[in-house]
Unconditional design. Structure first.
Length: 123
């Protein structure tokens, strides 16, 4: 069941709606699923700030993303350029070699699922 309420009224209650589209990249790089870890992955799209992603990132895929762009559904982190190497195949396909794991806390900002909103005085 969904209910509309103000942020003030929601204070102290867990949010149950999916807020993943509010998550944004804080750097240019590649949107990934952090659980995939280091390895070689196909680049399946490009996401720029101000444009909603039009695809869902599947396991084993990455997508180029700019600073401020919304993470596509399925992505939960961003790999920095310096932690990866882009390979261009003869057929024009791009693959990304990821050198190290990353977490969403390093590379994303915004609300995640299950965020608990607290009154200002509680901070």
């Amino acid at each position: 069941m969904r209910a509309r309420t103000s942020w003030r009224e929601a204070a102290g209650h867990p949010l149950t709606v999916a807020l993943s589209l509010l998550r944004r990249s804080i750097l240019d790089g590649y949107a990934v699923r952090a659980a995939d870890g280091p390895g070689e992955y196909p680049v399946v799209g490009r996401i720029v700030a101000g444009v909603d992603p039009e695809f869902t990132l599947q396991p084993g895929q990455v997508a180029y993303i700019t600073t401020g762009a919304k993470l596509p559904p399925g992505a939960d982190a961003v790999v920095k350029f310096e932690d990866s190497e882009l390979l261009r195949e003869e057929d024009g396909e791009e693959k990304l070699v990821i050198a190290r794991s990353c977490t969403d806390a390093e590379t994303c900002r915004g609300l995640a699922r299950g965020v608990c909103v607290r009154r200002r005085s509680a901070f």
